[in-house]
Design a protein around this ligand. Sequence first.
Ligand code: SF4
Length: 490
Amino acid sequence: MINHVSEIPIEGITYKQLRIEKKPLTPEYVPPPPELVPAAKRAVCIDPSRTCMPFGAMWATLGVHRAIPFVQGAQGCTTYVRYTFSRIFREPASIATASFHEDAAVFGGRKNLIRGVRNLVCRYKPELIAIVTTCSSEVIGDDIQSFLAEAQDLMEEEFGPEVLDLTKFVVVNTPSFAGSHVEGYNRAAHEFLKALSRKSGQPSEDLYFIPGFLMPGDLRELKHLFELMGVSYHILFDISDTLDCPLVGMPNKIPYYPPGGTRVEEFVRAGDAKAIFALSPDAGGAGAKWLSRRHKVSAFVLPMPIGVGNTDELLKTVSEVSGRPIPEAIRWERGILLDAMADTLHYTMMKRVAICGDPDFAAAATRFVCELGMIPTYILVGTKSSSAAEEIWKVCEEYNYKPVIMNGSDQFEWEYALKNDKPDVILGHSRCVNISKEIRVPLVRFGFPVYDRIGYQREPIVGYRGGERFLARIVNAILDHHYPDDRTHQ
Ligand code: SF4
């Protein structure tokens, strides 16, 4: 496994040359007063920067062709997820629910699962059903595997054995009290590969990628890079043409499935892959590691390819594994990003930035802002992650900064710090809007979830072209803001 790349395979300006000598301005951390109990010591979480575990498993499932999540829980566990998908993507998202009521809470959800799965198979003819558990079914102790076996037996009796060939099942246990949406996605990656992948003994040259919570625009940017390199690739949980596509055949075509998504056969052939890459260590890393352990496929768990260094690392690794060189067209894109960084350095340089996001987004954004000459001050990682905290420390040591990392904390604590030590810019998701307005600091939206910007999901932030767009957003936010006279800019 390659964890660090010291040299860039691309001609031109090397990564080391990007380093800018400057005096670090990160302030010494002023501890909060005793009456502000830190999140880690509180019984409650105030303004969490994360959502519930089943959400991540549902996100992953919706990136699979003709797949439907079946949520073994109450309707609310599904309704708010569908609402969030609609807010982010403004697309229909088919999610089925076992619709627990009082009787299920007392007697368990066996009947609900058996009837629900049968209805789904009859009416929607999905190629895959992912049974996603919730807090209630986990607390009740529903034995999902035995319920599913019973449902399959009954369907075989009623419809014949072919029905089981047509629909695959994956069970993802997602008790939300044990983790966030990040862990839900991670578990889904693990369970999908465990349930579906096979080794045929005929190795392929194909590279597999698990993207995590990247947006459709990001996935298209990754495809653009891999196509320029001429590698044979598969993106697992590919939401680019399921959660962002024209409504082909609507409304007459029932059941309606969008044209895209990873095919079940692609999961099956993953056991023969040449390598698998997890582009979000905390959201998908478990799947890559499992495939490596079980089928001896080389696994690479890399930082999210945001900014110059992380994109270099991804492309260099892909180039080494596939034997394909990095073409001139990609070097050109890299050159344009570097040019844009040089053109705007006087706006970004020494600007103090607070970051809020999921572990992989927060770690990658920290490197990118350091590359831009900005100073990270308070970094809130909404889902606790030791690997993200390590990565952030590694980056900040490289650039000689000492930010405060609030690992697994909540926005209440982060907000307190920001009110006492105002940054110049905030990088964060849509739930940071109120803090940004209150302390009058511009917010650059990125990561998950962004639901109050039209078109965000189509604008990439990964790769060199994505980096250029992300940079433009940061600089335009700075240009739009009225800073005090001592921090003016032209
Ligand atoms: S936290 Fe638990 S009960 Fe609430 S929506 Fe998520 S799974 Fe359902």
